[in-house]
Design a protein around this ligand. Structure first.
Ligand code: 13P
Length: 287
C-alpha cells in the first residue's frame, strides 16, 4: 500500500538520515527501485515528473502500476508515490489518480502567487491524506524543458511557505538538475543553515542529487535535509550498462534480443546505484 511521505520524512529528520526520491520512467525502473528498497529495508519515494507521467500514458496508469507492483512483489517497506515538480493542474490530476504525495513547484511565480496556490493545494492534499512539498528558489539546470537558474532561496520566503502547512520544503541552495559543471560552486550551507533555523523540524528537500559529493550530502543531512532527489544518475547507470551489453555484441547472441535480456543489465545497474545512495543517505534498515 502507498503511504504519504510525511511520517517517513519526519522520522528521517529525527534520525538524521535522508530518504531517497528516485524518479521512475517505466516498469523496469519501478521494479528495480522497489526491489532495492525492500532488500535494503529502506523507505522510498518514487518520483514522477509530469513528462514521465505523460510518457507512461498518464498518472492513472502510473498509480495503478505502482500499487499493483507493491502487492505482487510483496513490498513491505513504506513507499510514497510522488509527483515531481508539479503544476497546479498536474497536482490535481495526481490527487485524483491515487498518488500519495505531490510537489507543487510554484517557484516561478511571484512569491504571493506561489503562496496562494500552495495554500490551496495544502488544504486539498491534507483533506485527502496526501503529503505536499513546495519549492522556493528555483533549482538550476534543465528538467522536462523547465530551465532554472539555480537560485539561492530566501530563508524568509522559505519560512512563509513553511508556515502554510506544507509537509516538506525544497529550498534552492545552488543545487542543479543533471550533471554539475566543472566550475560549480557547491552547495550554500550558510543559506541552508539560516533556513533550518527559521523552519525548525520541517524536513528539507535537496533536488539535483546526481553528482553531489558524499561529504556535501552528509553536511546537508546534518542541517535538516531529509529527502534527496536522484534522477539523472539512474539514467546514466542504465545507459552505460545497456551500451556495454550491445557493444559486447550480447544482443546478437542467442535470444539476446529479448527485451527481458536486453534491459536486464541496465536494471541491475539501477539497483546498484539506488543501493549506493540508500547507504550514503543512511536510510538502510530504517523501514
Ligand atoms: P538529478 O537528475 O540531478 O538527480 O535531479 C533529480 C531531481 O531533483 C528531481 O526532482
Amino acid at each position: 500500500m502507498l503511504v504519504s511521505a510525511t511520517e517517513m520524512l519526519n522520522k528521517a529528520v529525527a534520525g538524521k538520515y535522508a530518504v531517497g526520491q528516485f524518479n521512475i520512467n517505466n516498469l523496469e525502473w519501478t521494479k528495480a527501485i522497489l526491489q532495492t528498497a525492500e532488500e535494503c529495508k529502506s523507505p522510498v519515494i518514487l518520483g514522477v515528473s509530469e513528462g514521465a507521467g505523460k510518457y507512461m500514458t498518464g498518472f492513472k496508469t502510473v498509480a495503478a502500476m505502482v500499487s499493483a507492483m507493491i502487492e505482487d512483489l510483496g513490498i513491505t517497506v513504506p513507499v510514497a508515490l510522488h509527483l515531481d515538480h508539479g503544476s497546479y493542474d498536474g497536482c490535481m490530476k495526481c490527487i485524483e489518480a491515487g498518488f500519495s504525495s505531490v510537489m507543487f513547484d510554484g517557484s516561478h511565480y511571484p512569491i504571493d502567487e506561489n503562496i496562494a496556490k500552495t495554500k490551496e493545494l495544502v488544504d486539498i492534499c491534507h483533506s485527502k491524506g496526501l503529503s505536499i512539498e513546495a519549492e522556493v528558489g528555483s533549482i538550476g539546470g534543465e528538467e522536462d524543458g523547465v530551465v532554472g537558474a539555480g537560485e539561492i532561496a530566501d530563508p524568509n520566503e522559505c519560512k512563509m511557505i513553511a508556515d502554510l502547512g506544507v509537509d516538506f520544503l525544497a529550498a534552492g541552495i545552488g543545487n542543479i538538475h543533471g550533471k554539475y559543471p566543472a566550475n560549480w560552486k557547491g552547495l550554500d550551507f550558510d543559506a541552508l543553515g539560516k533556513t533550518k533555523n527559521l523552519i525548525g523540524d520541517l524536513p528539507l528537500v535537496l533536488h539535483g542529487g546526481t553528482g553531489i559529493p558524499a561529504d556535501m550530502i552528509k553536511t546537508a543531512i546534518s542541517l535538516g535535509v531529509a529527502k534527496i532527489n536522484v534522477n539523472t544518475e539512474c539514467q546514466l547507470y542504465f545507459q552505460a550498462a545497456t551500451r556495454k551489453y550491445i557493444e559486447e555484441g550480447k544482443d546478437l547472441e542467442g535470444k539476446g534480443f529479448d527485451p527481458r535480456k536486453l534491459l536486464a543489465p541496465g536494471c541491475a545497474a539501477i539497483k546498484e546505484i539506488v543501493k549506493e545512495k540508500m547507504e550514503l543517505f543512511g536510510s538502510v534498515n530504517k523501514a
